[in-house]
Design a protein around this ligand. Sequence first.
Ligand code: GDP
Length: 479
Amino acid sequence: SFQSSGTSDQPGDRLLGGLLSPGFDDGSCLSRYGSFSYRRPSPNNPSAYLISRLRNYESLHKRCGPNSKPYKEALEALRSGSAVGYGECKYVVWISFSGLGNRILTLTSSFLYALLTNRVLLIDQGKDMMDLFCEPFPDESWLLSKDFPVTDQFDSLGQSSPNCHGHLLKNNMINSTEKRMPSYLYLHLAHDYNDHDKMFFCDEDQKVMEKVPWLIIKSDNYFIPSLFLMPSFEQELFNLFPHKEAIFHHLGRYLFHPSNHVWGLITRYFDSYLARADERIGIQIRTLDGGDGPLSYVMDQIIACTQNEEILPKVDQHGTVSSSPSEDTRLKAVLVTSLNLGYSDNLKNLYWMYPTVTGEVVGVYQASHEGYQQTEKPLHNLKAWAEMYLLSLSDVLVTSSWSTFGYVAQGLGGLKPWILVKPENRTTPNPPCGRAMSMEPCFHAPPFYDCKAKRGIDTGVVVPHVRHCEDMSWGLKVV
Ligand code: GDP
């Protein structure tokens, strides 16, 4: 394969600075130890403490995984309905829910929560998780066993389910002095959650959950920023992530290794169209306004942003030939991702019709144009994952507001993107884009509650490292 321009060939890099365990066989998952030759060097290394906590987690996962005795014991407790005698291991179960970008972010949040609470993360296989990702932990699977007794209720679990934490709170059916704890709690952390569900983010409620062997999470949000506001987790998070803005960057590269099928899609595309470029630019276009694209005000926005910020060269509308065609003409490769083909078509045409004022040549590529979100179609999600990953291999990234698809790309790539401002009234915003403060994803539905004072507060101004997002004024992100 081609080496991308910025990589070094230190042998340590194949483990991403110690993030990955060396104990896997290569063939079952080519991306795991192969990704480093495609990636730019990381902006910062994982801390020694994070690395040691990950290795400890891996032994815990091995000891408690779905083939272990403690797992069988915990399943027995689950079947009996009581937390009594569940054995030595406790679990977080992640339910597959929402679009792929959302799923990657909630899985990361759930994993960090499991790490903080010494639990083992197991995942709902959903429809296609196995086709998309390799196993992240050595020796033991992260997939729930087929006989998990609650699986057939995953779809119907909601805020009024009998074991829903918020529901139990609302009806005063759970507290820290309770003797008989349920064997599982359902934690509803989706965007429509209510004030009771949000008590998940209070230390006192966490104390209650400690006694419950199974916590089952359904979420479509990156909820890590609010964990930083909890005194019980804050210090540990500082220790794990001295570079606070690299949480998803490290955990995402630790957890999400494209399956061999997806890795084939990624590497063939990269090697064919992007590898030889002097600079790679990713442009992620996600329009939420509806209507058949391409939308002219979004097209104008893309051109204005990339040219104002000197991401792409301007063209000479009166020119016919490039100024100094030579051996060392710089090649910029632009990867556009969008459900619609029109934006990249327009851009491609612009750089075909006119020479650039800088003399650079610009190639424009788009891997797929799926038309609309078709989560049920197997190849659709494989393409979405491949495209998020390809975007993450860019040198410069432009993303759309509000999109978790873009957050995944920026985080894996360690990139602070230029964010296209969300258009209002179907007009091109001015300025068209702004630089992100950090590469972290935005939590779109954070709680605004002070657990101690028991009143509402603005959680975006409590500490300097958790702020409101650039693209969503009520969202929270770590900076
Ligand atoms: P979000 O809705 O932008 O936050 O991102 P999600 O990934 O959660 O959901 C959007 C879904 O729409 C993706 O998972 C894909 O299924 C599809 N999708 C959106 N944009 C693209 C794109 O540029 N390429 C591909 N292949 N799929 C896309």
